[in-house]
Design a protein around this ligand. Structure first.
Ligand code: SF4
Length: 234
């Protein structure tokens, strides 16, 4: 019997989706642990509303001009903004970076986040979300990417692909989708699942006009199956 999303155990469905997507897009191009946690936090702030390429250029410029976070902490926001222009929204990002560093300094007395390594996931996530301008997605990226924790970052691509596939209800929104996905994605697959869904969202399951005819997981997709079914009956 052909297994469909309605009778397929959900963990197996997640694994099947992941393995199928990785056959097409390959495994993640980057590995976890590429940055220290504080570097990852700042890189994440710089990545908002811009491409990976532009945000990485802004991050590298920032590190070149200010080799330590202490130098960024004491620099004028305008000086920071001038070296991160390639990442867009430079003025507001410079202020956000300074606010985040000031909050870390106020709470920890130093500028480092290595203490998170010994904190349980939920506690570390909450600590990060207490920083100004740090929401659930940024906190999850720091934990998942820098500390290799099984915490799923849910961005617009991950959310859209997840609800289309039927893994979460659309009305859940990105916030609740995090909790729902966290419950069904095996810990060992969290990072790969996140990367695969982002890639699929960018390449195929686009916000406007998803390329369902070319999609490798169409037989596992609730949105596709329900659309195909409704077209057959009209
Ligand atoms: S079949 Fe279409 S809607 Fe479903 S995951 Fe693929 S591209 Fe997205």
């Amino acid at each position: 019997m052909v297994k469909t999303p309605t009778n397929f155990p959900v963990h197996n469905q997640v694994e099947q989706i992941l393995l199928t997507l990785e056959q097409v897009y390959g495994p993640p191009a980057m590995q976890t642990g590429r940055f220290h946690p504080l570097d990852e936090l700042i890189a994440c702030i710089l990545s908002q509303h811009t491409s990976d390429k532009n945000s990485l250029r802004a991050f590298n410029n920032l590190k070149t001009h200010f080799p330590s976070w202490e130098q960024v902490e004491t620099a004028e926001a305008e000086s920071i903004a001038n070296v991160i222009r390639s990442g867009g929204l430079a003025d507001s990002k410079a202020v956000r970076i300074k606010h985040a560093l000031a909050a870390i300094r106020a709470d920890r007395g130093t500028l480092e986040l290595d203490f998170l390594r010994s904190m349980p996931d939920a506690e570390a996530r909450q600590w990060l979300m207490n920083l100004p301008g740090v929401g659930p997605k940024t906190a999850a990226i720091v934990l998942c990417f820098a500390l290799n924790r099984p915490v799923i970052p849910v961005d617009t691509h991950v959310f859209r692909v997840s609800w289309r596939l039927g893994l979460v209800p659309r009305k859940a929104g990105e916030g609740r989708a995090h909790d729902l996905l966290q419950a069904i994605v095996p810990d060992a697959l969290v990072f790969r699942f996140h990367v695969a869904l982002i890639t699929h969202g960018r390449e195929t399951c686009k916000a406007q006009n998803p390329r369902c005819g070319l999609c490798p997981v169409q037989t596992l997709c609730s949105h596709y199956l329900s659309t195909a079914l409704s077209e057959k009956t009209t």
